[in-house]
Design a protein around this ligand. Sequence first.
Ligand SMILES: [Zn+2]
Length: 246
Amino acid sequence: MVFRNLTNPTAHGNCLVMQHKITWCYLCGSPDGTTSDHVPPQNLFPEPRPTNLITVPCCRPCNKKLSNLDEQFRAFIASAVNASERGNGIMRNKVFARSFKRSPALKKQMAKGVLLGTIMTQQGSTMVPLITVDREVFNPFFIRVTKGFLATFYHEINYFGHTFVVSQPSQFSAEHLLFKTATSQLTANERGDGVFRFWHRVEQKDGCAGLWIYQFYDAATFIVRHGTGKASESLFRDSAPEGGGI
Ligand SMILES: [Zn+2]
């Protein structure tokens, strides 16, 4: 993956500058942005939560649709093999102790998605249970997070006409050299220690192209590419729209 001529007018060093707050719903564009939504959801952060979590205006109908998905997503993300201690804590104290008790349906659904995967350890390869989740759940989730960040940090970009592509590289790839090389070319940010990191570049020339890498609990990693016009062509050219990744 090669980045050329990328500019990022709102990034100063490693610090993203929040732009003027939007007033419309960041998901549907309705002028009724009367509720506030955390991106990513605050339920992913153990208490006490960081004070610098990102919120964006959201209309009531959009906000209402989100909470079930958030809980399902948290169960998926916190189950990542190699998750940080923060991630394991969320799995223990929230997903097992609360979500699964409150919603046997969620527990059943998650159990259906368990499959065995192989990981390499110093002692050789070993089989571990991996929880998988439907693309129908995680694709909209990451598109939503990316829209929230665009509304917050790139408020001049009209992302409603953008194409968004989500991919998930192997959850063990964080130590991979390619991962390190790719993220070294991006602006890095984090919220919460060992909870959520993200890297990104946005190019605004001949259209718009953005690339965001999200990592939860130092383990589960996802990539979102988005854009429109000529600028986005080079970002989409290097990889297949589904899967692949870095
Ligand atoms: Zn809305």
